[in-house]
Design a protein around this ligand. Sequence first.
Ligand code: HH2
Length: 277
Amino acid sequence: MAVKKPDYKSGRTLICGVLNITPDSFSDGGRCLSAEAAAARASEMEEQGADLIDMGAESSRPGSAGVAAAEELARLLCPLRAVLKKLRVPVSIDTCKPEVAAACLAEGADLINDITGFTDEKMVRAAADAGAGAIVMHMLGRPRDMQKAPVYVNGPVEDIRAFLAKRAAVLRGAGVKDIILDPGIGFGKTLQDNLDIMAGMSRFKELGLPVLVGVSRKSFIDALSPSEPAARLSGTIAACAVCVMNGADIVRVHDVREAAQAMAVVDAVKKRPGPAK
Ligand code: HH2
C-alpha cells in the first residue's frame, strides 16, 4: 500500500488531530481505548478538518515513566487497523520505540512521530525502510525528568534549530524524504522557553521543511491563565494562531473543528491581497 503524505500543497495550515489510545494522557486519557472508539473518533476528526491523525499509546506527560514496547503495541494494533480502514488522510504513530514503529508501518501507517527526535539509529532505519515520513521533535531530557531544570546554551530557539537541522540531515542521508520539524513545546522547556519558541518559529521555518507545533491544552496555558486541560481551548487557539503567523505549517490539536475554523481565519489574513488602493 502506498505511503500517504500530508497535503502540503493545500495552501492551508494543516491540522493534525490527536488520537490517544492511552489510559493516562494528560488531557484525554482513557477516552478512546477500543478499536471501534478509536476509528469513530478518527473519522470524526477527519470530517472536522483533520489533515493527519497522530495516534499514540504511551503518554509523554511530564513525570510519566513510559510503557514497555509489547504493551504499547498491544494497545495500538487493533485500533490502528480499524482507523486505517476508515481514513483517507495519513496516519502518524507517536512512538519512540523502533519495534513499535516498524510494526505499525508494516500495518500501513504513513509517518512516525518521534518525540525523541530520531536520535536512535534504529528509528531512522524503521522510517527509511518503510519509505515513511518522519516528524522530528525536540525534547531536552526525558518525560520522567524533562521539566526539572532545562538549560539552553544559546537560548532555546537556536539550540533547538541546530538539533532539528542535524536530525533532518541524518534522516535525509538515510533516505527519508518526508520530514516535518517540531520544536517540542513543553518538552524540557520553561514557560519563557515556550514563549520564545512560539515567537521564534520563523527560525525553524528557515530550515526549509514543514514545521509542526503541539501547543494543545499544554500546561504553559495553565501557567498564564489557570485552567484544567479540557478548559484550555482559547489558549490553545491563541497559541496556534501565534505559531502559524510566525511560520508554523501544521498544528497538532485535540480540538480539530475549532482549530480548523481558527486557522482558516489566520490563513486568510496571511494570504490577503495587499491593502485596497
Ligand atoms: N505533544 C504530546 C505528544 N506528542 N508529538 C509532537 N510531535 N509534538 C508535540 O507537541 C507532542 C507530541 C503531548 O500531548 P498529548 O499527546 O495530548 O499527551 P500525552 O503525551 O499525555 O498522551
